[in-house]
Design a protein. Structure first.
Length: 328
């Protein structure tokens, strides 16, 4: 009797072990991915496409576990997590990135890109690809450039029709020296702040406004905390799809290819999402009560930014700026 019971228990344990192993294989190794916004945003679109591509490309050996809406902290913490290897993957804006990869700051220069087509050509061309390669020296592996769109200005004080209206406005900016210089030069009072603090600060009135693309405005429903929107298109905002070097080192060559190819698909998914949300996002903002200034005199903004452009040229080299402008 005892013998039969032992055999039964051993068989049951073996069966459970086989099942667990099977499940582990079916689930794949977990890849933690963090990003700032909700799953139904351009970040989520990129993460979903990246996850799907990796699962297919590695025959299920890897499976993404998503931590959207800043669940792993602000972008600075997320980037540090990648460097430390506590997070395997992330999608981040260039906001905090240039504190880690200083060369990235060049893309944050206001009015550097003529339009979306120009920005995409630069990021997909030699310049953007060389920039991705520069992450490695800074303890990060960047695989592709996704997109958020062009940044616009919102605030609670008054309509911003031109540069003089910016005077004294307390605008939250990302923790990004190029953005800080730009808004200071334009006469505003730039307040660097991590994204997870922004909605609360707008609600409490410790800041008057913020600046982000339509994709972010819609995802965060910024009309709930902001009255005025001005379509300044002052800065193109890419986002980077990054993995941690320690995780990257654990992959074989075929898996690295799968992660890279899937990241490119993720980047394209974010661009498609942005194309779509930009078509209807401004109407949605209006329908939710935002007062929208549709156009500003960008030449006047550029002229006001002259002192900042001198600083940027010193920092990044006029040649670099010219090479970006020259891309058709
Ligand atoms: O403003 C920012 O910090 C970024 O644009 C955000 C909202 C995190 C999205 O990338």
């Amino acid at each position: 009797m005892r013998m039969i019971r032992r055999t039964f228990v051993a068989t049951a344990v073996a069966a459970t072990a086989a099942l667990t192993a099977g499940t582990a294989f079916a689930q794949g190794k977990e890849v933690k991915i963090g990003y700032a916004l909700a799953v139904n945003s351009h970040y989520g679109a990129a993460a979903n496409a990246w996850a799907e591509g990796v699962e297919k490309g590695t025959n299920g050996a890897y499976k993404f576990k998503q931590f959207p809406a800043s669940a792993l902290g602000g972008e600075r913490e997320l980037i540090e997590g990648l460097q430390l290897g506590t997070v395997e993957a992330a999608i981040v804006s260039t906001g905090a990135l240039s504190n880690f990869v200083p060369d990235v700051g060049v893309v944050d220069i206001p009015f550097l890109f003529r339009d979306t087509q120009h920005a995409r050509a630069v990021m997909d061309g030699a310049f953007g690809q060389d920039l991705l390669a520069k992450f490695q020296k800074r303890g990060l592996i960047a695989l592709a450039w996704g997109e958020q769109g062009f940044r616009h200005l919102s605030n609670n004080k008054h309509a911003v029709n031109g540069v003089p209206d910016l005077k004294g406005l307390k605008i939250r900016v990302t923790e990004n020296p190029v953005h800080i210089t730009a808004f200071r030069t334009l006469g505003a009072s730039p307040t660097p702040m991590s994204w997870p603090e922004v909605i609360g600060a707008l609600q409490q009135g410790t800041i008057d406004g913020q600046e982000n693309p339509i994709s972010v405005l819609v995802s965060a429903k910024l009309w709930q905390v902001q009255k005025h929107l001005t379509l300044t298109s002052h800065v193109y905002a890419p986002m980077a799809l990054i993995v941690s070097p320690s995780f990257w080192g654990s992959l074989n060559a075929a898996q690295k290819t799968a992660f890279t190819e899937a990241a490119k698909k993720g980047a394209l998914a974010s661009r498609a999402f942005v194309d779509n949300v930009e078509k209807k996002g401004v109407e949605e903002a209006k329908a939710n009560g935002m007062k929208v200034v549709e156009k500003v005199d960008q030449t006047a903004f550029r002229t006001a930014l002259e002192p900042a452009y001198k600083e940027y040229a010193k920092k990044f080299g006029q040649k670099t700026l010219d090479s970006i402008t020259a891309v058709k």
